[in-house]
Design a protein around this ligand. Structure first.
Ligand code: NAD
Length: 371
């Protein structure tokens, strides 16, 4: 066990580009810790393909323990062809879904903020990007990714049938709604709840419960409701209309990848996955970029590490109460990008930096800001 005044962070690169981008997030965390004399203990542990090769398990006990003991977890990514080749039982036993469920990480915050220097990198026009600054709050431990029954069965006539169950309880909906409203209170005070209540009963319950939470505790804030298909369209038509979106596990997964392109790349988006606040004030927290292991670019130093570095900023803000330093990391990234630093995904075909060079560019700006 660490001394209580020492912050312990479990660092888990995982698979594919997760390893590359986490190395950059980790160094930025170390830099802040050094410059601000923050006692941080970083515990590097294996997960995924490397862990399976070394220990025969995707999520070895040592890793699970490090995650449980940590004040925060910095995670990279999971998945890819080598991961898919692991026998199903071993793969499922340690999957990221299991981690999210076991640590009860029910609220996933995904900020989407556009940097003016990257208007050109976005697939959208500048005029629709101006002022875009939203957070998608995705429910993370319920819905169709977890519902039972699930599986693939063979019917008597030989036909195969795949089954998943989309289910939500009022408690699951209400607690994530509270997170969204509390967050909106610190922002522009507007929440848009997204579901498919026109065709799904669980969607109708979603809408009713979010409305009830609003009416009981947050009537001073604005609440609107939007169907998920319309939301997908609005995210590319006029994304700056949103402040906080609260939605379920599946829609949150899809809509946030869509929203990411406003920023120029999926590689730009961070996330915080938070558990409930315990009696002693602690809460489980896992910080990771929104993207996956990107097998198409893994091992080539082409990945954009900004999503991981911004995830470190979220860690400082939500787990360590260091909002000022979090702001400085965000500013360092903006400064680096404004001075021309680009990884391939946001370079529009012009000269680009490697993953580590982008880390250098941000570290250099941040060093100046922290001095
Ligand atoms: P992906 O997010 O890995 O990649 C989608 C596309 O975006 C790819 O073209 C990739 O090159 C690009 N991209 C992603 N991150 C980037 C970055 N940081 N810099 C530059 N480009 C980036 O999604 P995918 O290819 O559909 O999935 C690959 C694997 O990742 C799958 O096994 C999937 O299950 C897994 N996955 C894991 C997570 C996670 O760990 N939380 C999230 C999503 C997908």
């Amino acid at each position: 066990m660490t001394r209580p005044d020492i912050r312990s962070v479990a660092v888990i690169g995982g698979d594919g580009i997760g390893l590359e981008v986490t190395a950059q997030g980790r160094r930025i965390l170390e830099l802040v810790a050094e410059k601000r004399s923050l006692p941080v203990k970083l515990v590097d542990v294996d997960y995924g393909v490397d862990a399976y090769k070394a220990h025969g398990e995707v999520l070895p006990d040592l890793t699970r323990r490090a995650m449980r003991d940590a004040d925060a977890i910095l995670f990279g990514a999971t998945g890819g062809p080598a991961f898919d080749a692991i026998p199903a039982q071993a793969r499922k036993a340690g999957s990221l879904l299991v981690v999210r469920r076991d640590f009860n990480l029910f609220a996933n915050l995904r900020p989407v903020k556009v940097m003016p220097a990257l208007y050109e990198a976005s697939s959208l026009k500048q005029r629709v990007l101006e002022g875009l600054d939203m957070v998608i709050v995705r429910e993370l431990v319920g819905g169709v990714y977890f519902g039972e029954p699930r599986g693939i069965e063979t019917l008597p006539d030989g036909e195969r049938r795949g089954v998943n169950t989309h289910a939500y309880t009022s408690t699951q909906i209400r607690r994530v709604a509270h997170v969204a409203f509390e967050l909106a209170r610190t922002r522009k005070g507007r929440v848009c709840s997204v579901a498919k209540e026109n065709v799904m009963e669980a969607g109708r319950l979603w809408r009713e419960e979010v409305q009830a939470v609003h009416d009981a505790d947050y009537a001073d804030l604005e609440l609107t409701h939007m169907l998920a298909d319309n939301c997908a369209m609005q995210l590319v038509r006029a994304p700056a209309q949103f402040d906080v979106i609260v939605t379920d596990n599946l829609f949150g997964d899809i809509l946030s990848d869509c929203a990411a392109m406003a920023t120029g790349s999926l590689g730009m988006l961070p996330s915080a996955s938070l558990g409930p606040v315990e009696d002693d004030g602690r809460r489980a927290a896992l910080y990771e970029p929104v993207h996956g292991s990107a097998p198409d670019i893994a091992g080539k130093e082409l990945a954009n590490p900004i999503g991981s570095i911004l995830s470190v900023a979220m860690m400082l803000r939500f787990s360590f109460g260091m909002g000022k330093e979090a702001d400085l990391i965000e500013r360092a990234i903006s400064d680096a990008v404004a001075s021309g630093a680009r990884t391939a995904d946001i370079a529009n075909g012009s000269r680009h930096l490697s993953t580590a060079e982008m880390g250098d560019a941000v570290a250099s700006k941040l060093t100046a800001l922290l001095n």
